[in-house]
Design a protein around this ligand. Structure first.
Ligand code: CP
Ligand code: NVA
Length: 301
């Protein structure tokens, strides 16, 4: 049984298979349109979502399957039924579950039961579906994934962790600029160590963006961190991707963002507008790569 909890669940071959399959789906929206016939997949949300929810729904529909959007507060899960019992029950009705949750441990518990394929649609630690769409976008734009310098500006969060996890299949390098007090998550440190790779950590974003091909940023306040909003907005203020910061990067650098964006915070209005075509391409590619993920989960590719 296959689960996608993070990109480290994939081999290098599978990583590229998913990216290339996503590109094929983009060329032909009707490709494999009966692949999920008679398959029902739950999309279980404990947090908000626009892109993940809609791209998975449409991907499942276009592959001929059925989807069911569930919100944990409407299930007995929200009243204390365990995640294990919930997963067992879901496995009796459905063929796969995509879950978005604030607890990666919860996703691991679901997958450890090994009774139904589990796809991580974002946890506190990882966002693998996003990173697959991002690497697919870079391939589509003609970049050689083995020859990239990616710089992340902001918190070493779920989006960053999956971006780094994907880079392990390539010869690209990843740098990050984050404020004092922010470090790599210990899970990521272990993953990097196992793979004999490293991430260069900077406190000065201007230093970090030098030589970069790609600058990537994400919100300063992730879902679940709302209580720290004011504090975070102060701490991250110097970590905004602005035209001023881009002066320190090569002229042909591109800027990526997983969305939702907060213009005037992690990215300025002008920079967002200048790179919006790429940013919306990332969002668009979620649909195409979700199809590849679903095919992979069901052993169809
Ligand atoms: N990028 C992303 O996952 O967007 P949503 O939160 O809207 O799903
Ligand atoms: N880091 C953000 C990503 C949203 C897609 C969050 O977790 O809210």
């Amino acid at each position: 049984m296959k689960h996608l909890l993070n990109l480290t669940n994939l081999t290098k071959e599978e990583f590229y298979l998913l990216l290339n399959r996503g590109l094929q789906h983009k060329k032909n929206r009707l490709l494999n349109s009966t692949a999920l016939k008679n398959k029902s997949i739950a999309l279980l949300f404990e947090k908000s979502s626009t892109r993940t929810r809609i791209s998975f729904s449409i991907a499942i529909q276009e592959l001929g399957g059925h989807y069911l959007v569930l919100h944990s507060n409407e299930l007995q899960l929200g009243r204390g039924e365990t995640i294990e019992d919930t997963t067992m029950v879901l496995s009796k009705y459905l063929h796969a579950v995509m879950i978005r949750t604030d607890s990666h441990t919860k996703i691991e518990k679901m997958a450890n039961l090994n009774v139904i394929p589990i796809i991580n649609g974002l946890s506190d630690l990882y966002h693998p579906c996003q990173s697959l769409a991002d690497y697919m976008t870079l391939l589509e734009l003609g970049y050689d994934l083995d020859d990239l310098k990616i710089t992340f500006i902001g918190e070493p969060n779920n989006v960053f962790n999956s971006l780094v996890s994907g880079s392990l299949f390539t010869n690209s390098t990843v740098k990050i600029a984050a404020p004092d007090g922010f470090y790599l998550n210990s899970n990521m440190e272990s993953i990097l160590k196992e793979n004999h790779k490293s991430v260069s950590f900077y406190r000065d974003p201007k230093e970090a963006v030098k030589d970069s091909n790609v600058i990537y940023t994400d919100v300063w306040v992730s879902m679940g961190q709302e209580k720290e909003e004011e504090k975070r907005k102060k701490i991250f203020k110097p970590y905004s991707v602005t035209n001023e910061l881009l002066r320190y990067a090569p002229k042909d650098v591109i800027v990526m963002h997983c969305l939702p964006a907060h213009r005037g915070e992690e990215i300025s209005e002008e920079v967002f507008d200048a790179y919006s075509e790429i940013i919306f391409k990332q969002a668009e590619n979620r649909l195409h790569v979700q199809k590849a993920i679903l095919e992979w989960v069901f052993g169809l590719i």
